[in-house]
Design a protein around this ligand. Structure first.
Ligand code: 4AD
Ligand code: MG
Length: 436
C-alpha cells in the first residue's frame, strides 16, 4: 500500500489512496462516522458509512480512540460546500495501535498541564501551525544569508569564557577544567569573519537567566551574521532587509498557519524596509513624554537599559520594527565600539518588534583597538587568559567589523502573535522547566 500524504490529496481526487496517520478526533451519528485523521502533513475529515464498509472496518471505526495510529484507505473528494477543502470517503480502516486514554482532550487544559505533556501537545493543530512557521523562518534565514554571500561557520557550544556577561553563564565540568555553554557565537564569528569576510552561525545558545518572563528561555536558537569592514549603518541595513525577507516569506508560504493562529496578517503586511531608526537619547525623551502622558508608570532616566515596558511603549509608537541605536556603553557588553563623537555611547543597535514583542535583534560594531579591549576586559572582571585568542584578532589585521544576533523564538512569537515564547520551540527550557 503506497502512502499518500494529506498535503498532496488534491492530486488524487476520486482515486483510491492510503493514508497512514493517527486519529485526531471523532464524531458519529448512528450509521455515519466522522473521523479526523492527521498524518503530520495535514488533517483531513474522513467519512465512513456503515453500509459501505465491511463489518470489521465498521467495528474498528467504532472502537478507535483519539490518537490511535491508523491506516486508512479511501477516496478523497472536494467538500460539497467548501471549495478547497477535501474529505475522504473511507473504505477501509486498520488500527496499528489502539491508543490508551489520551490525556489531551478537545476541552480546555491549563498551560502547565500542556507543557508537562509537551511531547504529545506537539500533535495539536495550533502547535503544528506554530512549528511550521518556525521552520519557514529558519529556511528564510538560511536562504537570506546563503544567497547574499555569507559562509556558514558553526561556532562551539563549549566555551572557556563569557560573551554576554558572567551572570548568565551555565557552567559545566570539562574534564579537569571548567567550561561554559555558549551565550553567543559572536566572538568566534569575529574570527571567522576575518577569515571569510561575511559569515553567520546558527545554533543553540544558553543563558542562565533567573528571569521568568514571557520572552526568556534558558536555551534558545540564535542566528548571528558578522561582516568584516561593516559599520553600524551597514548592519542596520542588513537587519532590516533580513527581517523584511523573513516576513515576506512567511506571508507567502505560511498564510494557512497564520490563519489557524488567528494572526492579524494586515499588521505583518506593513513590515517592509526601511525601518525607523531611533537614537537612544531620543528614545529616552519619548519614554519621558510617555510618563508625562501617564502611559508609563515610572520616569525613565538617561543611562539605564530599556526594560520590557519601555520597549513595549517605544514599539507601540510605530507599525514597523524600530531600530534603537547608540545606547550608553555602560549598559552594554564589553566588546562594543564607542561612538567617536560621543565615547560614552556604544555603536550598537537593538531591533524592537512591533505590537510589544520586544527586542528580537541585538548587535553593533565591535571594538577594533587592542588597548580598548584590554581595558574593557579588566573593567568587566573577565579572565584575560581566556581571551588571548580573541585579542589576537586585534593584533593581526584588525578592521572595523559588525554583526548582530536574532533569537529565533522571539521572531516566531512575534510573527505568530504569541504571548509567550514557550510555544515557539518544540521542547522549551526555562527557569522551572527541564522536562519533557
Ligand atoms: O542581545 P543579545 O544578548 O546579543 C548577543 O548575544 C550578541 N552577541 C549577538 C551578536 O551581536 N552576534 O542576544 C541577541 C538576541 C536577542 O535580541 C533576542 O532575540 C535573543 O537573542 N535572546 C533570547 N531569546 C530567548 N531567550 C533569551 N533568554 C534570550 N536572550 C537573548
Ligand atoms: Mg540584547
Amino acid at each position: 500500500m503506497k502512502q499518500t500524504y494529506i498535503s498532496e490529496i488534491s492530486k488524487h481526487l476520486g482515486q483510491e489512496i492510503t493514508i497512514k496517520g493517527w486519529l485526531y478526533n471523532k464524531r458519529s451519528s448512528g450509521k455515519l462516522g466522522f473521523l479526523e485523521i492527521r498524518d503530520g502533513s495535514g488533517i483531513i475529515q474522513g467519512v465512513v458509512s456503515k453500509k459501505d464498509v465491511s463489518d470489521e472496518t465498521w467495528e474498528s471505526t467504532e472502537k478507535v480512540t483519539q490518537e490511535s495510529s491508523v491506516i486508512i484507505t479511501g477516496a478523497p473528494r472536494e467538500h460539497p460546500k467548501k471549495p478547497g477543502v477535501y474529505e475522504l470517503d473511507i473504505k477501509d480502516l486498520r488500527i496499528v495501535q489502539l491508543a490508551h486514554e489520551y490525556p489531551i482532550t478537545p476541552k480546555e487544559h491549563g498551560v502547565e498541564f500542556l507543557m508537562d505533556k509537551r511531547h504529545l501537545w506537539l500533535r495539536s493543530r495550533r502547535q503544528h501551525a506554530i512549528l511550521r512557521v518556525r521552520h519557514e523562518i529558519i529556511r528564510a534565514v538560511r536562504d537570506f544569508f546563503d544567497n547574499n554571500g555569507f559562509i556558514l561557520c558553526d561556532t562551539p557550544v563549549f566555551t572557556p569564557a563569557a560573551c554576554e556577561g558572567t551572570t548568565t553563564l551555565f557552567e559545566v565540568g570539562y574534564f579537569d577544567e571548567k567550561a561554559y555553554l555558549t551565550q553567543s557565537g559572536q566572538l568566534y564569528n569575529e574570527a571567522t569573519a576575518a577569515a571569510f569576510g561575511k559569515v553567520y552561525c546558527f545554533g543553540p545558545t544558553f543563558r542562565a537567566e533567573k528571569s521568568k518572563t514571557r520572552r526568556h528561555l534558558t536555551e534558545f536558537w540564535m542566528v548571528e551574521p558578522e561582516v568584516a569592514y561593516a559599520k553600524l549603518d551597514d548592519v542596520m541595513e542588513l537587519a532590516e532587509n533580513f527581517i523584511g525577507h523573513i516576513v515576506s516569506r512567511v506571508l507567502e508560504s505560511r498564510r494557512e498557519e497564520l490563519n489557524v493562529l488567528e494572526r492579524d496578517i494586515s499588521k505583518l503586511e506593513k513590515i517592509a524596509p526601511p525601518f525607523p531608526r531611533l537614537q537612544y537619547d531620543d528614545a529616552v525623551k519619548m519614554l519621558q513624554e510617555g510618563h508625562t502622558k501617564g502611559a508609563l508608570e515610572s520616569r525613565f532616566e538617561w543611562g539605564g537599559d530599556l526594560g520590557s515596558p519601555d520597549e513595549t511603549y517605544i514599539s507601540s509608537q510605530y507599525d514597523k520594527p524600530v531600530m534603537v541605536h547608540r545606547y550608553p556603553a555602560a549598559v552594554k557588553a564589553f566588546y562594543m565600539e564607542p561612538d567617536p563623537e560621543r565615547p560614552d555611547l556604544a555603536l550598537c543597535v537593538d531591533v524592537l518588534a512591533p505590537e510589544g514583542y520586544g527586542e528580537i535583534i541585538g548587535g553593533g560594531e565591535r571594538a577594533s583597538s587592542l588597548e580598548l579591549l584590554l581595558n574593557r576586559i579588566q573593567e568587566h572582571g573577565l579572565p584575560e587568559e581566556a581571551f588571548d585568542w580573541y585579542l589576537d584578532l586585534r593584533k593581526y589585521g584588525s578592521v572595523p567589523h559588525a554583526g548582530f544576533g536574532m533569537g529565533i523564538e522571539r521572531c516566531v512569537a512575534w510573527l505568530c502573535g504569541l504571548e509567550h515564547v514557550r510555544e515557539t520551540i518544540p521542547f522549551p527550557r526555562m527557569l522551572y522547566r527541564l522536562k519533557p
